[in-house]
Design a protein. Structure first.
Lengths: 509, 488
């Protein structure tokens, strides 16, 4: 935040990718029986990454740099094809980078040392962290695509091998969906580069170049079937990949299976972070490279996002499995983020950016709570849980704070983002803002029913529910702190990203 | 009558690598007669030493342009590129061989002789600049491979495979020879340089010269057969499945590479002036290969057959790089061949490592839960499958990217669209292998063996190369670009 200036000679951003990878390498070299060492290496690597990212956030200066990008690193990679290793961070990615480092630390912390194949589990988590950091930092489209696909493989194994229930089916569904979407994006990437090549005579996949040469033109379908704008077509190619990852209604059908099958550390990352990468992709590519298409297709996507809000909320209402409940709650909240993005105005996008961090914090906390409940009672069935708070007052109190944040109570973080999004949506399309408002009410319903039903009703069942342990509180503490800090200083995040958002091409048109 | 050998350019330096490999084969042949069976390891050592010598001898050819023996062979960067590739494949094959030959009770010295013979033939094919030497190379590699396919003498499937390969291969050779005869009849020359000079000189006349076009057509059939491009692929699944997996490993990558070297020399270097004539048939072959390979691979439950159909599909991708007739396209082709060699060798090597027990191991059902039983093999197989599917960060991704980009630059749309759609289709069958390996462990399947040190090293090196070249493709791409520039 410009509190100090960082030396420019250090490749700060590369380090955030390299440190988790080095951790992974160390884990790979450690014998599998040394379980504690393996976990300690994982924790250490993610702690160092988190500290590094905090240092970067502290040194990030508002409104400085070419296209507001800072700590840029550009090296040739495959010069013959115009592909470069180009990293940079701006208001869009800065706080997500922090969320990335935080959630991976928590995920590794809550991984049980007794987990089966712990070594491979930690190894894959660290590789995944490097890939997701790379996604947030890449400014070359091919580099982005490489990290985007590199994220898929560890996630597939984390769900498929360590998951529960229909893990293989869930992982395969997730894999097929996302691979299909990614490939559509790859084709769009190639086409964008080819179109810019035709304009400039210089083949480049660099975001900073492409963003200054927005694609244009119309593609006339054969047989007089009409015409499609080329930017619109390319927009849809990118949108498919990001909408599947997010997921946007109706491409969400992999989500319940994958979230339910994933072990808790993985679902924290999957719901808390990976879904946000889809939203980030919309901001970084769709809204920046195709601003005109974003305006013409935005309303349609906003309708899908709003449908997702209501669909997710209604589905959450009828779930008895707590993990599925939170999964659908996550989908509903992601709809808000989508609505803010597709509103295409300053308030909406700022709100979406804030809500991306909020959603990561809240959903991670909710899944942690579900995991702790299941660990203590052996069940996730809402009907079998009652009055747990009687013997665990601290647990109940912390859970209450998280629930209130999830339903958007003013003073906690969820409110800040949702309110900005609603304002943005209201100026863009009133009916959808109203529908989203219904989504907020439904959120209060399913969240409070979850809390009250399982923690307040009597008689307690099962009796003797275990209180929070130090480790549990430690895992939740940073998330709770963020909920309160963001809640009481609502201006901080929007102000920090404002310069970048205002420069987004979609707002300039 | 005296034969005057002066002035035809005898220059043994040009074919030194081929000579060394052939010489090694002869040394191994005699060594096998004198050493006792317990010392067969020496054959491996001698073979590897000879191949390494040929590798060293190939390096000075880089950057040269030395034609020799009456313009029938050439020492240039393209030949050096393929020499290095083929020799490395051969060395890796020799290194993983002893263990599995012993396991299958096939530990005979002839195996190494035939392998070296096939390698020499392939190298000759890559350096050939005359119809005669092309035929010589193809026959040398084919005859060695016919025998190798049937090397498991007691296994009926292996015999069947060798028989099919021999009959269909002989048929294809007939096409090849007939095409060559027609081309000679039309142009009056057997050297590619002479033929190119004739076609360029006759200008538009060449593109309506029926004799020449028929000749090119027949020649293409023969070459496409060796590259196992559809519709000349019929032998591939049966031969790949029936032959000892070790042989399939070698054959699937080395033969295809050598065949594409010849295809490059013929279409890119010899007939660029009538590109409008061969473009459409070649595009059809590429598209047909993509369709047949990818669609039929989906239905295969046997991994060797699946990889055979995947190989047909990859022949299609490689051909796509030839279509534009540009330096960019040809270098993409060369890069693709190198990438394919690394990843497909690895994939078949994993099947080999698993297959010492018998044929059943190639069935996909055997692979269920492999991730839990053989984590190393499952992990590297995952890498190879991702690379074959073209998912980064693996070399297969850049191979496809470069070919696609060459097509975009040349504005060749229809084959590109087919390739893109078929790539999505291919995700299904490659990823299915990964999915099966993650599935619940199958308790009934018990492995007898562990992966040996040399096999483990070779497979691990292939996996590492797949990823490292996927992250740093620039070096190999530069080599490919330089090698491709020979003909532009």
């Amino acid at each position: 935040m410009g509190w100090y200036a960082l030396p420019t000679a250090v490749p700060w951003l590369t380090l955030t990718i390299v440190i988790p990878l080095s951790g992974a390498l160390l884990v790979a070299l450690t014998p599998a029986v040394a379980r504690r060492v393996v976990k300690q290496i994982g924790v250490l690597a993610s702690v160092i990454t988190l500290v590094l990212v905090l240092v970067i956030i502290g040194g990030f200066q508002q409104g400085v740099g070419n296209l507001h990008l800072q700590f840029e690193e550009a090296r040739q990679w495959v010069p013959a094809v115009g592909i470069s290793y180009h990293l940079g961070v701006d208001g869009l990615s800065l706080f997500l980078l922090g969320l990335n480092a935080l959630l991976f630390l928590i995920a590794i912390l809550v991984t049980s040392s007794a987990a089966p194949r712990l070594k491979q589990f930690i190894l894959l988590l660290l590789i995944l962290e490097a890939a997701t950091a790379g996604i947030l930092l890449s400014l070359d489209l091919i580099l982005f695509y490489v990290f985007w696909e590199a994220m898929l493989v560890p996630l597939y194994f984390l769900i498929g091998v360590w998951g529960e229930g229909q893990r293989v089916y869930a992982a395969f569904k997730f894999l097929i969906y996302t691979v299909f979407g990614s490939f559509a994006m790859l084709v769009a990437i190639l086409a964008v580069a080819a179109i810019t090549f035709a304009q400039t005579g210089q083949l480049s996949f660099d975001w900073t170049v492409l963003v200054q040469h927005p694609a244009s033109g119309v593609w006339h379908l054969p047989l007089n079937l009409g015409a499609i704008g080329i930017p619109q077509l390319l927009f849809l190619g990118f949108a498919l990949a990001f909408a599947i990852k997010m997921p946007l209604f109706p491409l969400h059908t992999w989500l319940p299976a994958a979230y339910t099958a994933s072990p808790i550390p993985v679902v924290i990352v999957l719901a808390g972070l990976v879904s946000k990468l889809g939203a980030y992709g919309f901001l970084r590519f769709n809204l920046s490279l195709f601003p005109d298409a974003a305006h013409s297709l935005g309303p349609a996507l906003a309708v899908l996002a709003t449908t997702g809000i209501l669909y997710g909320a209604f589905m959450a209402l009828v779930q008895t499995d707590l993990k599925r409940l939170v999964a659908y709650a996550s989908m509903s909240h992601l709809g808000f983020i989508g609505l803010g993005i597709f509103a295409g105005n300053l308030l909406g996008i700022e709100g979406a950016l804030v809500q991306m961090v909020n959603h990561g914090v809240i959903i991670a906390a909710l899944f942690l709570i579900v995991g702790m409940i299941e660990q203590r009672t052996g069940t996730r069935d809402r009907a079998q849980l009652r009055g747990l708070g009687a013997s665990a007052p601290l647990f109940a109190a912390l859970f209450l704070v998280i629930s209130l944040a999830a339903l958007g109570l003013p003073g906690l973080n969820g409110f800040v983002g949702e309110f900005l999004i609603m304002l943005g949506a209201w100026t863009a399309f009133v009916p959808m803002a109203v529908a989203a408002g219904i989504g907020v009410i439904l959120a209060a319903w399913y969240v409070l029913r979850f809390y009250q039903g399982s923690f307040q009703e009597t008689p307690p069942q099962p009796a003797g529910f275990g209180e929070m342990r130090v480790a549990d509180v430690g895992a939740l503490a940073p998330l709770l702190a963020l909920m309160i800090v963001i809640g009481v200083s609502p201006a901080f995040f929007p102000a920090a990203v404002e310069a970048t958002v205002k420069a987004l091409p979609v707002l300039l048109r | 009558m005296t034969i005057n050998l002066n002035g035809i350019g005898i220059d043994y330096g040009v074919i030194l690598p081929e000579l060394i490999v052939t010489g090694t084969a002869i040394v191994v042949l005699f060594l096998d007669l004198v050493i006792p069976a317990s010392r067969r390891r020496w054959l491996v050592a001698v073979s590897v030493a000879g191949l390494l010598g040929a590798l060293v001898a190939s390096i000075p050819l880089w950057g040269q342009n030395r034609a020799a023996f009456g313009d029938t062979v050439v020492a240039d960067s393209l030949a050096a590129f393929f020499n290095v590739l083929l020799i490395v494949i051969s060395i890796l094959t020799v290194l993983i061989s002893p263990r599995f030959l012993r396991a299958l009770d096939l530990d005979f010295g002839e195996y190494y002789i035939l392998l070296l013979g096939a390698t020499a033939g392939m190298m000759l094919l890559a350096a050939a600049t005359s119809l005669m030497t092309i035929f010589l190379g193809i026959e040398l590699l084919s005859i060695s491979l016919y025998v190798l396919s049937g090397f498991a003498r007691t296994a009926p499937r292996s015999q069947e495979s060798a028989m099919k390969y021999l009959l269909l291969g002989g048929f294809a050779s007939g096409f090849l020879l007939y095409g060559m005869a027609l081309i000679y009849g039309a142009t009056g020359s057997t050297t590619l340089r002479g033929i190119a000079a004739f076609t360029t000189a006759s200008g538009l006349g060449a593109s309506s010269n029926v004799l020449l076009l028929l000749g090119i057509g027949f020649l293409s059939v023969g070459l496409a057969f060796k590259a196992s491009a559809a519709p000349f692929h019929m032998w591939t699944p049966d031969v790949y499945e029936g032959a000892p997996t070790l042989v399939t490993t070698f054959m699937s990558v080395a033969t295809k590479s050598a065949a594409f070297a010849a295809i490059g020399r013929v279409f890119i270097a010899t007939f660029p002036s009538i590109a409008s004539r061969w473009y459409f048939p070649l595009a059809l072959i590429a598209i047909f290969s993509l369709f047949v390979g990818n669609l039929v691979a989906i239905t295969q439950d046997n991994l060797k057959r699946m990889l055979a159909y995947s190989g047909i599909a990859h022949a299609g991708y490689i051909l796509l790089g030839i279509l534009p007739g540009t330096a960019e396209g040809f270098s993409a082709t060369l890069f693709y061949i190198a990438a394919y060699a690394v990843m497909n060798f690895g994939a078949f090597a994993v099947v080999t490592a698993l297959g010492a027990g018998g044929e059943r191991t190639a069935e996909l059902s055997y692979w269920r839960g492999l991730f839990y039983r053989r984590p190393f093999l499952a992990t590297v197989m995952t890498i190879f499958m991702l690379s074959l599917a073209g998912i980064p960060p693996t070399v297969g991704f850049f191979a496809k990217l470069l070919v696609f980009r060459a097509l975009v630059d040349a504005q060749i749309w229809a084959p590109l669209i087919v390739a893109v759609i078929m790539t999505i289709v291919s995700f299904y069958y490659y990823l299915r292998v990964i999915v099966v390996m993650v599935g619940a462990p199958d308790e009934a399947a018990v492995d007898k063996e562990r992966v040996g040190i040399s096999t483990g090293t070779v497979i691990g090196a292939a996996a590492a190369a797949t990823i490292i070249l996927g992250i740093f493709p620039a070096v190999v791409l530069n080599w490919a670009t330089h090698a491709a520039s020979v003909h532009f």
